[in-house]
Ligand binder design. Structure first.
Ligand code: GLC
Length: 552
């Protein structure tokens, strides 16, 4: 089997509780995913990344894990997971699962034991417990802030504090403890033995902290991290000792297990996580924050291709995931709009805004699919889903809402269960409603509607992914592309005959190219122009390959 399959893969993120519900409890499950493997095959993806399915009290959408070797009973059983692996593999799709090593759930047996044991006990050493500051020790040990708002320290009944960089139900492990290191190696081995092909490592940049006394200040978590690894909490060089051990384990398998780091670090530091001795690949989130602008996109693309090459890795391209406002909506709102304020307002997009978002989202999808490296898609983006801003506060699940004291609504708007059919209860998600309310406008984005429409977002994703595959195999498209900005155009020229041109302005721009048009994200009217907010692929594929692809 090709050990490098992940380098150029199209990976589809499944957020299992919101994908498909097979047992009518309103929560998506593994049998639901199995029931949609044909859909995934039809989309042409190479791999699924499955967000956490482990037993969890759901304090943070499953990123609070009670048992790292099991399946939440509401989502199925280990046997269902084995069936899912088999069904995906039969369809030629690999499976990447999420590993959450920074913290467990506060319901994890180790943390329960820690709370039940006295200060200074071995049980507490596996997490980060400390005495409080101030004359009577009632103040948090440092000014460290939780990502979800408020202090990162929680006081226990006996007066000690424990560290949680996320919700208080997610205590941070102490990664200098040998038990923690041994346990995660065993967990990674457990899933690798079961046939899982790779791992997405949750907040891979946070495991190691500088806990030397006095604790250093880190009051502004959103400020840019230093480029020398000197932050007390994030992106410390010692992390890579851990990942080197993991890499040795991954490389014992055939093919080696892949891993991709979720590391919110400066682009120059990403190389460390992506190196072959470490995790091998790292998410590049630059496009999540990029304005709709040719110069910004061209710069991000060129820079990340360079970094990935330096790391002997391959780049990753991400427009959306379960943590951010969906990109169709980001592109619908004015550049620089306050997304939190828009979500709090709770008003859906106007029709003209939505159209602009759709048009740009189509162009952006084709742009990233023209690039070398792995494209990570988030469930629903292939249907052109927008963020759901209308969720009432009584229905919010994200701990961000509570911990930010109502200043941020959180991430539920991109986690609303998918519409599979225009008709029926919960748009075909399940037989009995959905755990987050779906808006009426989901009907026009339902998979069954889009499947029948050659002009839909789904049809565009299918065609682009199929062509990408064909260009790689038949056309021999390979190597690093030339990336060029020409006014409002971003031009990607790939060796082997693909030229992708994206027009970021809303007006048509003159452009002539000798090759034939392989695909366009909007209707081409008068050549030689690229319509506004459109990507066009030009290339030299043989008629027969295209016809074959269209017919398959
Ligand atoms: C990652 C996940 C996010 C989660 C956080 C804590 O950023 O993507 O969903 O809340 O880690 O585990």
């Amino acid at each position: 089997m090709d050990p490098d399959w992940w380098r150029d893969a199209v990976v589809y993120q499944v957020y299992p509780r919101s994908f498909a519900d097979s047992d009518a409890d309103g929560l998506g499950d593994l049998r639901g995913v199995i029931s949609r493997v044909d859909y995934l095959r039809g989309l042409g993806i190479d791999a699924v990344w499955l967000s956490p399915f482990y037993p969890s009290p759901l304090a943070d959408g499953g990123y609070d894990v009670v048992d790292y070797r099991d399946v939440d009973s509401r989502l199925g059983t280990l046997a269902d997971l084995d069936d899912l692996i088999e069904a995906l593999h039969e369809a030629g799709i690999r499976l990447i699962i999420d590993i959450v090593p920074n913290h467990s759930s506060s319901e994890h047996p180790w943390f329960r034991a820690a709370l039940a044991s006295p200060r200074g006990s071995e049980e507490r050493e596996r997490y980060v417990f400390m005495e409080g500051a101030g004359a009577d020790g009632s103040e948090p040990p440092s000014d460290w802030q939780s990502h979800f708002g408020g202090s990162a320290w929680e006081r226990t009944p006996d007066g000690q504090f424990y560290l949680h960089l996320f919700a208080e139900e997610q205590p941070d492990f102490n990664w200098s403890h040998p038990d923690v290191r041994k346990e995660f190696l065993a967990i990674l081995g457990f899933w690798s033995d079961r046939g899982v092909d790779g791992f997405r490592i949750d907040v891979a940049h946070t495991l190691v902290k500088d806990l030397a006394h006095p604790l250093r200040s880190q009051p502004t978590i959103d400020s840019l991290l230093p480029e020398d690894g000197s932050d007390p909490l994030y992106d410390r060089d010692e992390l890579h000792q851990i990942y080197r051990e993991w890499r040795e384990l991954f490389d014992r398998y055939d093919p080696p297990r892949m891993a991709v780091a979720e590391a919110w670090v400066p682009a120059s530091r990403r190389v460390r996580y992506a190196s072959p001795e470490s995790l091998g690949q790292a998410f590049n989130f630059d496009l999540l924050r990029a304005p709709w602008d040719a110069a910004a996109f061209a710069e991000i693309i060129a820079r990340n291709l360079r970094f990935a090459d330096e790391a002997h890795s391959s780049s990753t391209w991400v427009l959306s995931n379960h943590d951010v406002v969906r990109h169709a909506t980001r592109y619908a709102l004015p550049d620089g709009a306050d997304l939190d304020a828009w979500l709090l307002e709770g008003r859906p997009l106007g029709p003209a805004q939505a159209l602009q978002g759709d048009r740009r989202a189509r162009a952006a999808a084709m742009l990233v699919l023209a690039l070398p490296g792995s494209v990570y898609l988030y469930q629903g983006e292939e249907l052109g889903l927008h963020e759901v801003s209308e969720i009432g506060i009584q229905d919010l699940q994200d701990p961000i809402w509570r911990r930010s004291e109502g200043r941020q609504k959180g991430r539920d708007g991109c986690r609303v269960p998918l519409p599979w059919t225009a008709a029926g209860r919960s748009f075909g998600f399940g037989a009995n409603g959905s755990h987050l309310p779906q808006p009426r406008w989901f009907a026009s984005h339902a998979a069954d509607v889009e499947e029948r429409d050659p002009g839909s977002m789904l049809s565009l994703y299918r065609s682009a992914i199929a062509l990408r595959r064909l260009l790689r195999t038949e056309g021999g498209v390979s190597g690093l592309p030339a990336v060029r900005r020409d006014g409002d155009l971003v031009v990607i020229e790939r060796e082997g005959g693909l030229t992708s041109v994206t027009n970021f302005s809303s007006e048509p721009v003159r452009w002539s190219h000798g090759g034939r048009v392989l695909l366009s994200s909007s209707d081409l009217t008068s050549e030689p122009t690229i319509p506004g907010e459109t990507t066009v692929w030009f290339g030299e594929l043989h008629e027969s390959s295209i016809a074959e692809e269209a017919g398959s």
